[in-house]
Design a protein around this ligand. Structure first.
Ligand SMILES: [Zn+2]
Length: 91
């Protein structure tokens, strides 16, 4: 089980959170071509290593956080408010 560091509540068990998906994708413009929307909705990279994800502390403060997790080891490297960094800024 993951121990996720909520910026407001402190470290909490994964069971208190709901996974919100890849934090690096950006929503296309409403008039973007269909292939761009297909990529946005369905296509994701399967990265090995540090990756930014969105998690909702659904059984706690009910706030969204951005979690940087190593997909190889499941180590949580950071947990910050989702609004602190623009989406797609992760490297
Ligand atoms: Zn919280």
């Amino acid at each position: 089980m993951l121990l996720i560091p909520c910026p407001w509540c402190g470290p909490r068990a994964q069971i208190e959170f709901t996974y919100g998906g890849d934090a690096t994708v950006r929503r296309p413009a409403p008039d973007a071509p269909e292939p761009v929307w297909v990529d946005y909705v369905y296509m994701r990279d399967n990265l090995a290593g540090p990756h930014d994800e969105l998690w909702l502390h659904s059984a706690g403060c009910r706030r969204w956080i951005r979690v940087r997790r190593d997909t190889r080891t499941h180590d949580i490297l950071a947990g910050t408010p989702a609004g602190d960094a623009p989406r797609g800024a992760a490297t």
